[in-house]
Structures are given as C-alpha cells and as structure tokens.
Unconditional design. Sequence first.
Length: 172
Amino acid sequence: MSSLIIRPGTLDDVFTVLRFMDGATEWLVSIGRTDQWGSEPHSTNPKRIAQIEGFARDGGLWIAEADGRPVGALSVGDALPYAPPAEEPELYVQLLISDRTVKGSGVGSALLDHARELARQRGVGLLRLDCFAGGEGALVRYYEGQGFTRAQTFSVAQGDRDWPGQILTQRL
C-alpha cells in the first residue's frame, strides 16, 4: 500500500465508517459468523449511526487514507458503557475497522500505532480495547499479535443470547 496518512475524522466521515462496518458484516455473514455483528447493515441502524456520529463529535474519530481514499477508521476515548472500568487513567479504543479491500495491508496496525501515540501525548500509560471473544478467538489473537494482553472477559445480553467479549490491555 502506498503511504498512509491518518487525519481527524468528522461528521462527513460517518457513512464511510458505516460502509466499512457493512462490508465487515457482509464478510462475517459469508463465513457464517452472524454471532459477532449480526446480519443487518450498520448504515441503516439508528443506534449505530448515532454512535459513530458521537465518536466524530467527541473528537476521537480518526481516518486512515491511502492515495486520498479512506481505508480505515479508529475511534478512541472513554471506555464503552458495557466495558468493565479501568483502575487507572486510560485511552480506550472504541472502534478499529478497515475497508475489506485492504485486508492484510497493515492499516489496522497503523491505526493502533496512532492510538498508542495519542495515549502517550495525553500522558496515559494504559491502552485498552474490547473485541468479540467468539469465533474460536481469532480477533483476540489478532490483538495479541498487536501487543495486547488478555484481561477480563465479559458478556453483553443481546436478546436471547449473550455476546462474549474480551478486554485487552497494553502498557505504554
């Protein structure tokens, strides 16, 4: 991939982020993993739209671009409401997503590096995130490969089932 730049995200980027999420959901459905994000598009879900708009309004949204084209997004800020609280100041990765067309190109790694730098600039020594803990733990292993360590597990009730989550941490 050509040079990647990471810029602050705005409300104008919300539907780009939702498009990335829709693409990820389509892929998850295609491999039979509807337990992670369901099967409905995020771009038509009012709660998800409001969440991404909130990330942009709060100043935590960042967009990765290659050749002027958005290829990934990161949001950092406070822990999400379902996450167990941290015992010290932290920066929380609220969202990390890339365009499926650039899978494996290092966009996610670059965005996580950006999150680490933002935490350092804020004088915070803990970076935390959560992810889906199902699917044989593939996403958990991805974050471990990025230098994160497993912390608490948790679950979120979703209708008739529980969504299994994993908190991961990284000391800076």
